[in-house]
Structure formats: structure tokens, C-alpha cells
Design a binder for this molecule. Sequence first.
Ligand code: GTP
Ligand code: MG
Length: 138
Amino acid sequence: TERTLSIIKPDATKRNLTGKIAAKFEEAGLRIVASKRILLTKEQAGKFYAVHAERPFFGELTEFMASGPVVVQVLEGEGAIAKNREVMGATNPADAAPGTIRAEFAESVGENSVHGSDAPDAAAEEIAFFFSGLELVG
Ligand code: GTP
Ligand code: MG
């Protein structure tokens, strides 16, 4: 089975949506095998989103990710990476399919409630960024 990294972003934790979003993962057949609530510094957010360092919205993105608590989780299941991205919906909530997390909860293209790894190599790297092997309990 596959694993992917999910982040419930500050816009969602602030609105007390952690449980509702986690329920969407579980309803889709994904198992939460690790979970913690943390407050990132802007520098840590920049390290995590380093692939976007040259994008014009990088400053806004890292400031937002450090603006409040996030809940980082490892989701496990068959095809977990693709399944999670399906449950998340499109980056811009205006384009997200009905019933997806971003369609229901996201506020804008920037404050879009969740992050999900987009490929196996990224998933492995992102999981290792936040968790040690001992913290993953399948
Ligand atoms: P993630 O799962 O968070 O990586 O989202 P994604 O894969 O759907 O989108 P992408 O990797 O292209 O962008 C990463 C994140 O940057 C998005 O989730 C948004 O939070 C943010 N972002 C993307 N485009 C914009 C934009 O035009 N403006 C702002 N402010 N933020 C953006
Ligand atoms: Mg992405």
C-alpha cells in the first residue's frame, strides 16, 4: 500500500475543520497512520515548499503556512497519492469538483485548506520532512 503526506492548512485549522477534513480522508478509504498539530516558522514552510521558491506567490504562501497551526498527517491506502488528490479537489476552489475538500471548505487559490503530495518521490521526501519511522503506525 502507498503512503502520502497531507497538511491541513491554517485557514482550515482556524475554522475548526480538522475533524471534518479527516473524515473525508477516512470516508475515501484512506487510513491516518500518523498525525500531529504543529506551528511552522516561515523558514520551515519555505524549506517544505522549496520547489515553489521561484514562483511569484512564494512569500505569500510561506507567510500563510506559518500564520497558524497546521495538522500534518500520513495517509495510507491503495493509490493513496492519487486518491488523496481526488478527495482534495483542484488547487483553485472555483475549479474543484463538488464534494471535494477544496470545493466545500477552501477560501481561495492560496488559502485552499489542504496540501497533498503529488508523486511517490515527493511523498517519501515530505513524509520524512515531518515524521520519523517510529511515528508511522499502520
Ligand atoms: P499543494 O497540495 O498545496 O502543493 O497544492 P497543489 O499541488 O494543488 O498546488 P501547487 O503545488 O501548484 O501550489 C502549491 C500551493 O501554493 C497551493 O496549494 C496554494 O496554496 C499556493 N498557490 C498556488 N497558486 C497560487 C497563487 O496563484 N497565489 C497564491 N497566493 N498561492 C498560490
Ligand atoms: Mg503541489
